[in-house]
Write a protein that binds this ligand. Sequence first.
Ligand SMILES: NC(=O)c1ccc[n+]([C@@H]2O[C@H](COP(=O)([O-])OP(=O)(O)OC[C@H]3O[C@@H](n4cnc5c(N)ncnc54)[C@H](O)[C@@H]3O)[C@@H](O)[C@H]2O)c1
Ligand SMILES: [Zn+2]
Length: 340
Amino acid sequence: MHPITIDNLENENFLNLINQYDPLQLIAIVDDNTAPFLETIHQITDLNIDAIQLPAGEQFKNINSLAGIWKDLTDNHFRRDGLIINLGGGVISDIGGFAAASYKRGIDFINIPTTLLGMVDAAIGGKTGIDFFDFKNQIGVIKQPKGVFCDVNFLKTLPKEELLSGFAEVVKHGLVNDKKYFEYCTSTPIENLDWNKVVKGSIAIKSNIVKADPDEKGIRKFLNFGHTIGHAIESHYLEIGNPILHGFAVAKGMIVESKLSVEAGLLSEDEFIQIENTLTKLFPKVSVKENDIPSIIQKMKNDKKNHTDAINFTFLQSIGKAVYNQTASEESIAKALFIC
Ligand SMILES: NC(=O)c1ccc[n+]([C@@H]2O[C@H](COP(=O)([O-])OP(=O)(O)OC[C@H]3O[C@@H](n4cnc5c(N)ncnc54)[C@H](O)[C@@H]3O)[C@@H](O)[C@H]2O)c1
Ligand SMILES: [Zn+2]
């Protein structure tokens, strides 16, 4: 996989990497909220790096924004030996990574995540892409960045609910891989957490899994826990014009998929209750109306994780131990969605 640095950006690794490129062939992709952070990069590098600025938000992670990036790169005669710097949250690393992977058949890029979700998840592992109509991350490729630089100082300006949204992935890492980490992260009030420790812990879990299975043929599927249901709920809310944060949909997905893990005879009822109580206390409630369930299940059937007609899940055997390639009947999914 790619190198990951968790440190102040002033760290020499960043400068060393940047210095390998022609300063005129560096371009940052930012959104309206992360554009001001370019100043930090200017101070560190002494370089006045040009930026392609997108409006902030998931609704702009689409083909039009991507075409806009391709157009700007082309208009700037951006060369194949240049470097794209994705400075922002998961939207920016996803679309910027895909733009880099596709422009002139692929150029180098690095990610400087500025959200918690970006640091612990989106910016690492090399998945890039865009949404297409109502389908999340429908189009994209896996392409590894040259490096990822996580500076937790960026989290200071992040709105609380965005921090919480990213925290769902942190909780997921504990649930699928490390009970002690789950307990540390969920037993300390969020405002007292040591973010360097949290980001380091989550990155260690994610990167070990990705290293062992870069193409998602096996254990990388652990990271999909909560996401079969979570993505479908997120797409549904987007479609009805009431978007919800990724992490909040995933938190709901983790509760429902834990319930399905109990139904499948894998997870104990006691651990399910522990998970449900923990997640309910941490995250805002996402309710699913009975009438919306068929449309949500339809979205799961379109999920790219399915290899057959059956809906593919990652379930839990216990806190800290996941199992992939599981399935459940539509009837039990509907029931779990309704009662959780
Ligand atoms: N590629 C992957 O492996 C992967 C994994 C998980 C999620 N994702 C994707 O990531 C996206 C969500 O990422 P996200 O939650 O980071 O969303 P985001 O990029 O939209 O950022 C959230 C909001 O915070 C703002 N922001 C970013 N950094 C800030 C800062 N430091 N201070 C203040 N505001 C800041 C952004 O402008 C935006 O308004 C989704 O599109 C999801 O599909 C990808
Ligand atoms: Zn996620």
